[in-house]
Write a protein that binds this ligand. Structure first.
Ligand SMILES: Cc1cc2nc3c(=O)[nH]c(=O)nc-3n(C[C@H](O)[C@H](O)[C@H](O)COP(=O)(O)OP(=O)(O)OC[C@H]3O[C@@H](n4cnc5c(N)ncnc54)[C@H](O)[C@@H]3O)c2cc1C
Length: 354
């Protein structure tokens, strides 16, 4: 079987790139053998104003419209709702966070993203309001597990899916790449954190970060909004809610831990003591493919042009992957240059070769 693209990995990166290339008329095979990955575990939250400094995410004015347009188009195609728009309440943990937020609120660049400041409990009954809170606008979450399973079924129906794990030693690389019965003009590695084992790209500074998430049940009703208190609380449609996520740098084991669970419960107890009695419905773990400079890794291998990488979306895959899928397709199909910040050419040196 001859194809234009062999995509290795069906997380959010491989799935959306595969979808984009199929939409552009290319022949594609996506290979994966695991239903569980960072994407399926992730909360999928999109939050344009993040961190303790409440800073606008880089390029959010470009990335956010591309993401929402992509998820809305997929929803139209599959008849499912993948991206849920939800407001977020950011609860301040101390005086300096409150002062910083009020400063941001005066900045016109933040008008579209920051709503009203308040210190009244109102709908956030039971939450610790010592320093007040602000409403963050244009937030939401992607139901990644549902999207990935819809896209997997679509790839299967399009004869574009192969359930397997690719052993690097069995990739036969010439001007095209042969793997099993497939000959591909271009291979794109979308392996998430497992790129650390990729013999052609393991010199890139990937910094895996382990994260644990809890799904909890509590009889008390919660506001229908995301609550951000350093960690986040995300109400689910079934009445349960998720809290997360821990952030353990350089950990690549996929084990849930009692320590992770306690850390999440302790933070929850501080912000809402009543919810600390919640029962645990699910405890999950995943590894984020973070990068040293916080920019994705995209591009062709400097020597083996038939090999390429699309990875490094860190903790912001839902926001970033749709726009970068389009830019990478432009690069692969029409030689349009990639934005320098994401192009792996930024690491080119004699040590980046094999
Ligand atoms: C706890 C947690 C919470 C998160 N919360 C958010 C959030 O709220 N918002 C947000 O935007 N992002 C969040 N993220 C980050 C988000 O998950 C990532 O940015 C994104 O999912 C990365 O997607 P990916 O496709 O690159 O990697 P992955 O989802 O890990 O997919 C990689 C796939 O490649 C496959 N693979 C690897 N090697 C091979 C091989 N040799 N052969 C075949 N298949 C292979 C794997 O099986 C896997 O399915 C979170 C991550 C974690 C862990």
């Amino acid at each position: 079987m001859q194809v234009d693209f062999l995509i290795i990995g069906q997380g959010l990166a491989g799935s959306l790139l595969g979808w984009t290339l199929l939409q552009r008329g290319c022949s594609v095979v996506v290979v994966d053998n695991s239903p569980i990955n960072a994407s399926s575990v992730a909360a999928g939250i999109i939050n344009p104003i993040s961190g303790m400094r409440l800073a606008k995410s880089a390029d959010v004015d470009t990335l956010l419209p591309a993401a929402t347009a992509c998820y809305d188009k997929l929803s139209g195609f599959f008849g499912e709702s993948f991206y849920v728009r939800k407001s977020m309440f950011r609860l301040f943990q101390n005086e300096s966070e409150r002062v910083q937020a009020l400063k941001r609120q005066q900045n016109p660049d933040y008008d579209a993203f920051l709503g009203e400041f308040s210190s009244a409990n109102g709908m956030l009954n039971g939450f610790n309001m010592s320093y007040g809170y602000i409403e963050q606008l244009q937030c939401g979450y992607l139901s990644t597990a549902l999207l990935l399973s819809s896209l997997k079924n679509f790839f299967i129906a399009s004869n574009a899916y192969c359930p397997a794990f690719v052993e690097y030693a069995y990739l036969n690389i010439n001007s095209a790449v042969k793997w099993q019965a497939i000959v591909a003009k271009q291979v794109v590695f979308c392996e998430g954190y497992r790129a650390i084992d990729n013999p052609w790209f393991n010199n890139l500074p990937l910094q895996p970060v382990k994260g644990e998430i809890l799904t909890l049940n509590h009889p008390a009703p919660l506001p229908d909004s995301i609550i951000n208190y350093g960690n986040w609380l995300l109400p689910q449609e079934d009445g349960n809610f998720r809290i997360g996520a821990t952030f353990d740098r350089y950990q690549t084991d996929q084990h849930i831990t009692e320590q992770g669970k306690q850390r999440l419960f302790n933070a929850l107890k501080t912000v809402h003591p009543g919810l600390a009695q919640s029962s645990v419905v699910k405890h999950e773990v995943g590894i984020r493919p973070c990068t040293a400079d916080r920019h994705p890794f995209i591009g062709r291998h400097p020597q083996h042009k038939a090999l390429a990488i699309f990875n490094g979306f860190g903790a912001k895959g839902s926001l970033q992957i749709p726009w970068y899928s389009e830019r990478f397709a432009d690069y692969l199909l029409h030689n349009r240059p990639l934005p320098f910040a994401c192009d792996i050419e930024r690491f080119q040196s004699p040590s980046f070769s094999r």
